[in-house]
Design a protein around this ligand. Structure first.
Ligand SMILES: Cc1cc2nc3c(=O)[nH]c(=O)nc-3n(C[C@H](O)[C@H](O)[C@H](O)COP(=O)(O)O)c2cc1C
Length: 307
């Protein structure tokens, strides 16, 4: 990179720092996703720096990627920023420029979270990123931007881009050097995204959706899955079976409802089709009608699987 340009990019860096305060409507919280398959990594890259970071992210999350491919590929002359007339420079100076994209994202509705990568061109996102953002409906989606650059920070690039999809939840973006390691990308993702994989519960091989509690016992149970527990009918209101281990409990005097899943004596799971009052730690509740709960559990024994 020529000295003169380094100076300009350094200037843009300073400018970018100031602008960083005016971020989009980001939150400080982590994104909670239930599966990697809800995440899409989408990026534009001409000299493969951004592509490398996107690949590291994909390896960390094992999610889908979508490369934004321009209808007309950028030649080295097109991105020769020392030439003020080069295609990239002209596009960046033209607010109405929206370079066409060759490929289409099939079904963006299945993704909740979009990790969006681009190179910094004159302090901003390339105009093709605006084409992309304006081509789909990102309402309600969470967008985590990142960029690569010679030296400039992400600055106002993501904030400006966010104006083209104001109904998305834009998180604070981050700039990476092309030399950033795979480990650093993994850490950045872990700091921003929490994959909350739900436990699957099956009674006699029938999968039943569960509203799990958010407590230490459920976390402890997750740690020891998969579990297969032989349960027996007890007292005309429950199925009970041993976990085979003692896990964290926080027992309280509790009157159960049909469908409740509780931890009893720190080492047994009880699922109710009736009601009882005892010292339990609630684990969750079966998402089923009362008559379905009864017909599933009111039998001598059942096999419970938690995966
Ligand atoms: C037209 C153009 C403008 C650029 N402007 C900047 C800039 O303002 N600040 C900067 O640090 N780097 C700038 N760069 C360098 C790129 O941001 C950097 O090389 C980036 O990692 C390229 O990503 P890619 O390999 O994914 O295309 C510019 C590059 C081009 C082609």
């Amino acid at each position: 990179m020529k000295k003169s340009l380094l100076f300009v990019f350094s200037f843009l860096s300073l400018f970018g720092c100031k602008k960083e305060e005016e971020r989009a409507n980001n939150t400080e919280e982590k994104i909670n996703i239930t599966s990697d398959s809800n995440v899409l990594i989408t990026y534009f890259s001409v000299t493969n720096n951004t592509k490398k970071i996107a690949t590291y992210a994909k390896e960390h999350l094992s999610c889908e990627t979508f490369e934004i491919v321009p209808e007309q590929a950028y030649t080295s002359q097109d991105i020769n920023y020392n030439n003020s007339d080069c295609r990239a420079n002209k596009e960046q100076q033209d607010d109405t420029s929206r370079p066409a994209i060759k490929n289409k994202l099939d079904d963006q509705s299945k993704f909740d979270t979009i990790i969006l990568g681009y190179p910094i061109w004159w302090g901003q996102a390339p105009k093709i990123m605006y084409t992309f953002i304006e081509s789909y409906n990102f309402e309600g989606k969470t967008i985590l931007p990142f960029c690569t650059s010679g030296s400039s920070p992400i600055g106002s690039s993501a904030t400006n881009l966010s104006k083209s999809a104001p109904k998305a939840n834009w998180l604070e973006g981050k700039r990476f050097a092309s030399s950033t390691s795979k480990e650093e990308i993994g850490k950045w993702l872990d700091d921003n995204i929490e994959v909350k994989k739900e436990m699957k519960l099956l009674i006699d091989e029938k999968e039943i959706s569960v509203n799990w509690e958010n407590n230490e016992s459920v976390k402890a149970l997750k740690q020891i899955t998969p579990l297969e527990i032989k349960m027996n009918k007890y007292g005309g209101f429950e199925q009970v079976g041993p976990i085979g281990k003692t896990i964290a409990s926080n027992d309280v005097n509790y009157t159960s409802n049909p469908g409740d899943i509780v931890l009893y004596s720190s080492n047994q799971i009880v699922i109710f089709y009736g009601s009882n009052t005892w010292q339990y730690t609630k684990l969750g509740h079966l998402d089923l009608e009362q008559n379905e709960i009864k017909s599933l559990l009111d039998k001598p024994n059942v096999t419970l699987k938690i995966e």
